[in-house]
Design a protein around this ligand. Structure first.
Ligand SMILES: C[S@@+](CC[C@H](N)C(=O)[O-])C[C@H]1O[C@@H](n2cnc3c(N)ncnc32)[C@H](O)[C@@H]1O
Length: 269
């Protein structure tokens, strides 16, 4: 199912890598992933999330703070029972691994443009095909997936549509307007309002919203390390002032925040 990122021809497995009929060869990294992001498709030396962001997210998620979010995503994936699926913008693979556990017989793929992310993610489940690749040029054949996941990530809607087979769908998970409200109130004098359904206007013709739900729960962050990780894995880590961030991280009392997620599932008709 892999397609050459240079000429789009099928990639076939060879010793320790993949090769297309035109002779473009990509070796498997020691950790097990394939790098299908040719240098001419990179717009910076190290695109995507950097090591600090990836490690902060890994530590925060591994602590289980968003476990209900992953659990619900895995349930929604299992209900759809795809033969082949792809996690687009998989980061360090926390959600990907739980989708994989819920779909033990399916053929699973995951990609991210960040090497630091994929290098760590692939340790979570060696059975999956882990790729360094861009979501704008996904190195997979047209119509080969029945389920796509996009969790807290940017998304190229046309590429997502191209990858789906008819009847297949894309599960997009992202924050609602109330997500982490207590944190945002502490970080900013004026909390920026945003609507959480802007993406609905981007859905390409031929795809339609099939299911929508929200998940909300309270989370208590006791340790300053948890609070520092949460800031480092969100835009608040650079958007808020250093003083406000430090006061959130260093406060003595445990800190309660609302986690509020929106799941939208779009089907290719
Ligand atoms: C906020 S993180 C979410 C990661 C993961 N889905 C999670 O929720 O833990 C967004 C991810 O999108 C990746 N990303 C950004 N632009 C990308 C692109 N053009 N192609 C593939 N991945 C991209 C980043 O490297 C980052 O890992």
């Amino acid at each position: 199912m892999l397609a050459c990122p240079i000429c789009n021809e099928p990639l076939n497995a060879v010793d320790n890598g993949v090769l297309c009929p035109a002779g473009h060869r990509f070796d498997r990294a020691r950790q097990g992933y394939l790098n299908l992001l040719p240098v001419q498709h990179k717009n910076s030396r190290d695109p995507g999330d950097n090591q600090a962001m990836v490690e902060a997210r890994r530590d925060f998620l591994n602590a289980g703070h968003y476990a209900p979010v992953a659990r619900r995503l895995a349930e929604l994936a299992a209900e759809r029972a795809p033969g082949r699926w792809l996690d687009i913008g998989c980061g360090e693979g926390y959600y990907t691994a739980q989708i994989a556990d819920a779909l033990p017989h399916a053929d699973g793929y995951a990609l991210d443009i960040s090497r630091e992310a994929v290098k760590r993610a692939c340790k979570r489940n060696p059975q999956l095909t882990w790729l360094i690749a861009s979501m704008a040029r996904v190195p997979l054949a047209d119509g080969c997936c029945q389920f796509l996941a996009s969790v807290f990530s940017p998304l190229d809607w046309q590429e997502a549509k191209r990858l789906l087979s008819p009847g297949g769908g894309l599960m997009k998970v992202g924050p609602t307007s109330g997500h982490l409200m207590e944190l945002r109130e502490r970080l900013y004098d004026e909390v920026r309002e945003y609507t959480d359904d802007k993406h609905l206007a981007l859905v390409p013709a031929g795809m339609a919203l099939d299911h929508s739900e929200t998940l909300e729960f309270k989370l208590t962050l006791d340790s300053s390390q948890d609070r520092a990780n949460l800031l480092a894995m969100t835009p608040h880590g650079w958007r808020a002032s250093a003083e406000r961030r430090a006061s959130v991280i260093e406060q003595a009392a445990p800190f309660e925040v609302t986690v509020s997620m929106r799941y939208d599932y779009f089907v290719l008709q």
